[in-house]
Design a protein around this ligand. Structure first.
Ligand SMILES: Cc1cc2nc3c(=O)[nH]c(=O)nc-3n(C[C@H](O)[C@H](O)[C@H](O)COP(=O)(O)OP(=O)(O)OC[C@H]3O[C@@H](n4cnc5c(N)ncnc54)[C@H](O)[C@@H]3O)c2cc1C
Length: 210
């Protein structure tokens, strides 16, 4: 199975993917697999499978990613967050994902549980995605790691510039590729990309000119 970084590295053209979320019912499971089969005829470069808020779909996310990878030979990337788990629990989950033969992972901080305004790290857990990604690298689990980015700024960041500076730390910690939050105005994405290029200029190992 290919690493997502290899896919981006081997083409100058667009790379496209579909995002699926784990169904809540057995009927939904059947429908999802029918949909995956239908969409696979469009030859997406990869697909991703979301992780329910607070880890509510933890096992299901991995199970679906593994099934898609095995049955359709499409790299299927599970999303993963550090909400509600300490380092030992995170490590156990990551090892389980790796044992399914999954090479690619979207490593995210996650949102605070409903009703909890601010994100608070779980005792013994991680403050942000940068810490999670550093941990995955230190544990040598050999994942190709994706991170999230926000063309219109992450809500917790004071400014877009501050957010992009944090994004640089995320890449330096070991993120191999980034997937953006949805945006509706191309101009917002262009502004974001220009800022990324400006802030990354001095980082020789990262090529953001493509
Ligand atoms: C493509 C994509 C897919 C997603 N899929 C899911 C999903 O499946 N399940 C789910 O629950 N959520 C998902 N989310 C939502 C995501 O969990 C939330 O947006 C969450 O609030 C932030 O996650 P993050 O990994 O981007 O966080 P981070 O990168 O940790 O950013 C969160 C805040 O911390 C700041 N920050 C980051 N690094 C540092 C640092 N080193 N020092 C100081 N501050 C820092 C950032 O500027 C930002 O304000 C997804 C988001 C995206 C963009």
């Amino acid at each position: 199975m290919k690493r997502i970084s290899e896919i981006y590295g081997s083409t100058k053209g667009p790379v496209y993917s579909f995002e699926f979320f784990p169904p809540k019912t057995p009927e939904g499971d059947v429908k999802l697999m029918e949909t995956v089969k239908e969409l696979s005829s469009l030859h997406p470069d990869f697909v991703t499978v979301t992780y329910g808020a607070g880890g509510s779909t933890k096992d299901k996310t991995v199970e679906i990613s593994s099934l898609i990878g095995k049955n359709h030979s499409i790299p299927a990337v599970p999303h993963f967050t550090c909400v509600g788990a300490d380092q030992a629990q995170i490590l156990e989950s990551l090892k389980r994902i790796r044992s399914e033969g999954i090479l690619n992972l979207m490593a995210l901080r996650g949102d605070p549980p409903k009703g909890q305004g601010e994100f608070k790290k779980t005792p013994g857990g991680f403050e942000n995605a940068t810490e999670l990604i550093s941990f995955i690298r230190l544990e040598n689990l050999d994942f190709c790691i994706g991170g999230g980015c926000y063309p219109e700024k992450h809500p917790d960041a004071k400014t877009l510039e501050e957010d992009v500076r944090h994004l640089k730390l995320k890449v330096e910690a070991g993120a191999d590729f980034l997937v953006s939050q949805l945006f509706f105005m191309n101009s917002a994405f262009e502004k974001f990309l220009n800022l990324v290029r400006k802030i990354y200029k001095r980082v020789s190992k990262t090529d953001f000119t493509k």
